[in-house]
Design a protein around this ligand. Structure first.
Ligand SMILES: Cc1cc2nc3c(=O)[nH]c(=O)nc-3n(C[C@H](O)[C@H](O)[C@H](O)COP(=O)(O)O)c2cc1C
Length: 225
């Protein structure tokens, strides 16, 4: 994916720029799974004309994208969706299916692919995984955008709300705390809590309450909703 002015402009409209853009990634679950779809926040990395994901092993998204070639990058400023999808499964009603028709082979054989997306997303981009490079703890997946969708045309522009961004930071620190139990992460979650209280919108505060509940569950040694 070249960082041409045209590509930068098109993707910027959808909240993706060079560097790392945090989106909610939705994938289809294995047919044997209890639920059809999965959602969780991930970073789309765009550096040196390459666009890719780095997925650490152990997540459902990792499992799904080792099997499926398509996913959606959902853009939203809904802090509850970020926090809930980081630590818990979303309900089936929170997803819609989008059907993408693609052509393969010389005979123009058409195959249709359906990818789950978030009903509450403002916009989403359908991506294709083009190659995978596995390491011991993670996989790098090269990706290409294939189709762009706008669900909420009224939500244009980008307002930087410190409260919303602090919810995302708190989610990241809590995923790291889950792995390492490093106390600095808890200090940083408290730091972001203060920003959320001061600058956040109602929904950012609701998002943080999911983080706080999860932290209490981890500290109590139980990990359920
Ligand atoms: C904003 C944000 C960005 C994240 N980016 C990544 C990432 O790029 N790679 C990764 O492996 N995990 C990332 N994570 C952690 C996953 O979202 C987390 O492990 C999640 O529980 C995976 O859910 P799943 O098992 O439903 O796929 C990120 C978390 C947050 C909050």
């Amino acid at each position: 994916m070249e960082e041409t002015a045209e590509n930068l402009k098109q993707l910027a409209k959808f909240g993706i720029s060079e560097g790392i853009s945090e989106i909610i990634l939705t994938t289809r679950n294995d047919s044997a799974a209890e639920t059809k779809a999965n959602a969780a926040p991930f970073g789309i990395i765009w550096k040196n004309n390459k666009m890719f994901l780095r997925l650490f092993k152990g997540s459902k998204t990792y499992e799904n994208l080792m099997r499926e070639d398509y996913f959606a990058a959902n853009m939203t400023d809904d802090a509850v969706l970020y926090a809930k999808s980081t630590f818990y499964d979303l309900e089936a009603e929170e997803f819609d299916d989008v059907l993408h028709i693609t052509e393969i082979g010389n005979e123009n054989t058409k195959i249709s692919i359906s990818v789950p997306v978030l009903k509450k997303a403002d916009r989403f981009v359908l991506f294709k995984c083009v190659s995978r490079l596995e390491a011991s703890d993670s996989v790098i997946i090269d990706i290409e955008p294939i189709e762009y969708f706008v669900l909420n045309a009224e939500k244009e522009g980008f307002v930087f709300n410190r409260g919303f961004h602090s919810v995302i930071e708190a989610c990241i620190h809590l995923t790291r705390y889950e792995l390492t139990k490093g106390p600095t992460h808890v200090d940083l979650i408290r730091h972001h809590q203060k920003i959320i209280q001061r600058c956040g919108r109602k929904n950012d505060k609701a998002g943080f309450s999911i983080v706080r509940r999860k932290l209490m569950e981890i500290e109590a040694g139980e990990d359920k909703l």
